[in-house]
Design a protein around this ligand. Sequence first.
Ligand SMILES: Nc1ncnc2c1ncn2[C@@H]1O[C@H](COP(=O)(O)OP(=O)(O)OP(=O)(O)O)[C@@H](O)[C@H]1O
Ligand SMILES: [Mg+2]
Length: 331
Amino acid sequence: MEIGIAFDLKADHATRSGEPDDRYEEFDSIETVEGVERALVRGGHTTRRLGGGRRFLESVLARPCELVFNLAEGFGSRSREAHVPAVLELLRIPYTHSDPLTLAATLDKAVAKRLVASHGIATPRFRVVESIDAAKAIDLEFPLFAKPLFEGSSIGVRKRSRVANADELVVRAGELLADYGEPVLVEEYCSGPEFTVGILGNGAKARVLGVMEVVPKLVPREEFVYSLEVKRSDDWRNEIDLHVPPRRPAEFVARIADLALMSFRALECRDLARIDLRCDARGEPRFLEANPLPGIRPGWSDLALLCELAHFEYDDLILGVVDAARERWGL
Ligand SMILES: Nc1ncnc2c1ncn2[C@@H]1O[C@H](COP(=O)(O)OP(=O)(O)OP(=O)(O)O)[C@@H](O)[C@H]1O
Ligand SMILES: [Mg+2]
């Protein structure tokens, strides 16, 4: 079938002066689009680049496609990831990945946390802070973690996101409020092991592709942050090890996988998602956040690395997403 690819490229968004240098970190590189195209063509499909924003709109209005493979992060608000699927629903064009409601609800991390908590899934206690005064008045136990409320791709997540006391929190919250112009999520810091879980498919067929543990090599785990500094580092392999499956008892790994699957279902994710979890100081796993449009740059993104380590072919990942979407849409 002809599959259109919706995407926003980092290269199309130059950082302006005064903006933090990670402002457009969530956007894709052309390698992702090329990787998806290659896989789709190998699967017997033809592809069409739709891009994002107005270019995407004009392209689908000029000529619809049979299915859109959605990579578009959108631009401008906490509902930005919902823009492309909302337009496609308006035009009755089938698309891959989650629907607008799930994409918007998960981008706002506090909304996602409330939703999973209402399904009995544990997540760190938190407050949403919109001013320095609110940061000063926080009533949670330190250490805490401060991050922008509705960003991903580690935007605004740094080593100094972990704050040990009220003074550090006020400084970090002030920086985040000024840099990103959005509320700050302040939550309890989980000092235990960290996991990310890839999930493919829907309903009873939703399957865990693998559980990956991110193991810090240079800093003690109690201080580790899987931050932009680590993710952008050329020699990240010196800073972390990635274990798929984690070198832990099988029952524990199964528990992490189950929690991720429960979160996927609680948030009504579709086709593909990556769920991040981390254990608290007592070793109890906690939901951190869900990524229903996970990065899939070959050889680079966490999910692509997870699949490599799980011996799950990249092409099978992309074609698996298409198959899951086709089944949902009856195509
Ligand atoms: N409450 C917390 N306790 C401990 N570490 C945390 C907490 N929240 C975030 N982190 C650390 O910061 C990292 C990034 O946080 P998070 O996953 O929320 O941000 P993101 O930008 O959405 O990530 P991604 O790059 O997966 O899109 C986590 O992988 C983890 O290492
Ligand atoms: Mg994350």
